[in-house]
Every structure is written in C-alpha cells, then in structure tokens.
Design a protein around this ligand. Structure first.
Ligand code: TGC
Ligand code: FAD
Length: 402
C-alpha cells in the first residue's frame, strides 16, 4: 500500500492458508471446515485489503456490520429461531479465529455483538425482547454494545455506581460507563446498573432516549479500526419492559463474559497464526549475508517456538470448545485459555515483528497492528493478572482479589 494513500485498497494478496502441524483438522467436522473456509474467504475479501487503511486512519467501517450479519458472524451460538447460527461452540470459535486473523478490532465488533449483546438478551430477556432485538442484531441491521466497566471500576465491576430508581411507570438511570467497544455507533446498549437495593441488573438502553449520550474515545494506539467510547446516562427514562428479568447480580454479566472470553481464546489464535505465517514467508524471502534469514538458527528457533505455542493453543481451545458444548466448561477453564492464548499471541506478534526487521513496523505487514491490538486484548475481558487470580482462587479456594 502506498503510505500516502492509507485509505486505498491494498493490492497485496492475502496468502494465508492456515496452520495445522498436528493434523488438528482431523478433530473438526466437515461443517466446521466449511464454516472456517467461508469465513476465511470473507476476511480475505472484505477485511484484509482494507484493514491497514482503516487502522492507520482510526476508521471504523460501519458498513462491515451488515456484511458480518450476512455472513453469520453475529451470534453463531444463538438459536436460528432468533436469527442466530444455531451452531456449536467449536464453530463459534473458528469464526472468531478467522476474523481476528484479519484484525482483533473486527473480532471485537463481532464478539461484543454475539456474546455480550445477543447472549444476555437471549439468556435473560423476555420473549418480546428476544423477538424485538435478536433478529436485527443477527442480521447487522442493529449494532449493540455492552456497558459494564466504569471510570472508577474496571477489574472490580461489583463496585459500580451506575444506578436506576423505580419511578412507577419507568426506571430512571444515572451514571457513566467507559471503554465501551462499539458505543459511538451502537443502536442499543446492554447496561449493567444497580437498583435501590444495590443489586445489579441488565437494562437495554436505546439510542435516542433523552439524556443518553455515547462520546467517542480518541487517540488509541490499539484497536484503531474498532470504535470505543463512553456511555453517559443523565436521568435517562428507561421503559420497564427494557429490564432483563432473567437474572440479577454480578453473575449475569459474568456469564456473558465467559462466552466472550471463550471467543477471545480462539480469536487470538488467529492473530498468532497470521503473524507466524507472515514470519515464515518473510524468513524464506529475505536475504542477508547471502542467505535467506530463515537459514539462521536464531530465526529457526523463533519459528519453531511459535509453531509449538500455536499447536498447544489449538488443542487447548478445541478441548475447551467440546467442554462448552457439553456444558462442562467453568469460568476458571475459560480464564486459563483466554490468559494463555492472548499472552501467546502477543509474544508471537513481537517475535514475528523482529523477524521482519524494519519492515515489521510498517503497514505493509500486519505484525505491528496485531501487536498493538493485542495490548488491549490482554487488558479487556479481565486482565492477564485478573485471570491468574481467578485460577489462583480455583486452585486454592482462597480469593486474592481483595
Ligand atoms: P465474586 O465475589 O467472585 O462474584 C460475585 C458474584 O458473581 C458470581 N460469578 C459468576 N457467576 C456466573 N458466572 C461467572 N463467570 C461468575 N463469576 C462470578 C459469583 O458466584 C458471585 O455470585 P453470588 O450469588 O455469590 O453473589 O466477585 P468479585 O467482586 O470478587 O470479582 C471477581 C472478579 C475480579 C473475578 C471479576 O469481577 C472479574 O472477572 N473482573 C474482571 C472484569 C472484566 O472482565 N470486565 C470486562 C468488561 S467487558 C469487556 O472488557 C468487553 S471488551 C469486548 C471486546 O471489545 O471484545
Ligand atoms: P484496572 O482495573 O484499574 O487495573 C489496572 C491494573 O491493576 C491492571 O494491571 C490490573 O491487572 C491490576 N489490578 C486490578 N485489580 C487487581 C488485584 N486485585 N490484584 C492485582 N492486580 C490488580 N468494558 C466494557 O464493559 N465493555 C466493553 O465493550 C469494553 N471494551 C473495551 C475496549 C478496549 C479497547 C479497552 C482497553 C477496554 C474495554 N473495556 C470494556 C474495559 C476493560 O474490560 C477494562 O479495561 C478491564 O477490565 C480493566 O479495567 P481497568 O482498565 O479499569 O484497569
């Protein structure tokens, strides 16, 4: 891509073909492979040629929302009756893997919509809420966001101060959420707020409600093709029928996070594969000291370690996917995979960037973008250290958060 034409379509061909050193494809069904192939084609056609331009210009391509809807990227695990894909968790994972192979910010858009907006409406909503919102969210006619984090409550969401009061014929919502993916463009927000008794509930807040604004967060060095913002509630009148009645307490948003963190474990594997694939190709093409750099032991060590980590991570998410389908996966199982795979992908992005030398810092290659994106992924949906503490709690029975 010409650096002076950062929003133009890249002419560079996306040559990615997948990574499967252990024949892990044998564990997939023909349907899984078909779903993966169609999502890979979609990414090559609709994301790869444009993503550098979008990221360089901090541009969120709003038109991708409808395209994601058409290709079934929103709510693959939600029943077809409500517009979802009615697929298993391995399919969901493979879809996230392929999208994040293209870009973590694009995967954010898809996983927020599917796991953090459609999932709570499906799981905790009334039949009316499901019929009103889910088909439009699945098709991409509507974009949603998920408001849990606040300026003063990130890792500790139970301390939230956003609150609502029962006014008889409606609820009155006040407070603010921060770091919310999709918020500036979202049509609806699933917002977590406390009632008069301090109990957490989910509410569907719709764009256009008086007192509800969604200022954008600018100057991010990460996830630049995804839009991030705040949710501000200034005496917002929320109709009573917009409360999600199925579950209250912190456990409700946490159940949504389990589903989204699972998607991230697969997604980051995609980013890692893209970096490894690029590094392998570059190491065979780049000549220094009259030889391809791939002939040097130090480069081979990096490549061998990348492939080892990717292979282990593939087996991890496949088994986790099976456990999700069987209803056996716990929050701690999911934490282990999210924590491991994000850190693995970030390490691989950094090493792959080094293999590309100076070229690795340009938008000619995806490494630096993946690396910067993964710096957010390691923080959101529970930081690397919070997931360690969740595992520590599981191992010892002693919570070390407080
Ligand atoms: P704790 O005392 O452990 O639990 C409070 C209540 O919640 C229940 N619970 C769960 N229930 C179901 N599923 C889960 N996974 C659950 N986790 C907890 C728990 O049983 C308890 O219920 P009850 O009935 O006994 O009251 O809570 P704590 O306050 O000590 O906090 C625990 C901690 C730190 C692990 C948790 O709050 C946490 O995970 N913090 C990280 C916050 C986080 O992940 N935020 C994510 C925001 S969303 C986001 O980042 C989206 S980015 C999307 C993108 O762009 O892709
Ligand atoms: P803090 O909680 O202030 O943590 C700061 C540091 O302290 C971290 O290193 C953390 O690990 C450490 N720390 C905190 N508590 C402990 C402890 N008990 N023991 C040891 N160390 C601790 N949120 C949403 O609700 N919806 C979204 O859509 C969303 N999208 C996001 C998009 C982006 C790009 C980003 C960056 C964030 C997004 N988030 C979203 C928020 C995200 O979930 C939070 O940033 C994350 O949970 C961490 O909270 P914090 O940033 O307030 O950090």
């Amino acid at each position: 891509m010409n650096p002076n034409e950062t929003m133009s379509k890249s002419t560079k061909k996306d040559l990615f073909e997948g990574v499967d050193f252990y024949g892990i494809d044998d564990l997939l069904t023909e349907e899984h492979k078909l779903i993966r192939a169609s999502m890979r084609d979609f990414v090559k056609k609709e994301i790869s040629p444009y993503i550098e331009g979008w990221a360089q210009n901090a541009h969120f391509p709003h038109e991708i929302v409808e395209k994601f809807g058409q290709v079934g990227a929103f709510g693959p695990q939600i029943p077809a009756k409500y517009g979802g894909g009615g697929l298993d968790y391995i399919s969901y994972g493979l879809i996230m893997q392929e999208i994040e192979r293209g870009d973590s910010g694009m995967r954010s858009t898809a996983s927020v919509q599917g796991s953090l907006v459609m999932y709570p409406i499906f799981k905790f909503g009334t039949e009316e809420q499901k019929n009103k919102f889910l088909p439009k969210l699945a098709s991409g006619e509507m974009l949603g966001c998920f408001g849990l984090t606040e300026p003063d409550h990130g890792s500790n969401p139970s301390g939230m101060t956003t609150n609502f009061r029962d006014m008889g014929d409606h609820y009155l919502l006040n407070g603010a959420k921060m770091w919310i993916s999709n918020s500036p463009k979202a049509d609806i927000a699933v917002v977590w707020a406390k009632d008069e008794k301090g109990r957490i509930h989910g509410l569907i807040v719709e764009r256009g409600m008086e007192g509800f604004t969604t200022p954008e967060t600018h100057n991010k060095w990460s996830l630049r093709a995804s839009c991030t913002g705040e949710l501000v509630f200034d005496n917002v009148k929320v109709p009573k029928e917009n409360l999600l009645p199925g579950k209250s307490g912190l456990g409700a948003p946490m159940m949504c996070l389990d589903s989204a963190r699972y998607g991230i474990a697969w997604g980051t594997l995609g980013a890692a594969m893209d970096c490894y694939d690029s590094a392998r190709r570059y190491s065979l093409e780049r000549i220094q000291f009259d030889k391809p750099i791939g002939s040097f032991q130090l480069i081979q060590k990096k490549l061998a370690e990348m492939l080892s980590e990717i292979t282990k991570a593939q087996l991890l998410v496949w088994k986790l996917g099976k456990m999700m389908d069987e209803g056996k996966a716990t929050t701690a199982h999911i934490s282990l995979a999210k924590r491991n795979n994000v850190a693995m992908a970030l390490d691989i992005a950094r090493e792959a960037r080094q293999i590309h030398g100076g070229m690795g810092i340009t938008g000619e290659y995806s490494l630096m973008r993946h690396m910067m994106n993964l710096e957010s992924v390691v923080t959101y949906e529970g930081t690397h250290d919070i997931h360690l503490l969740i595992l520590g709690h599981e191992i010892t029975g002693i919570p070390a958060f407080k």
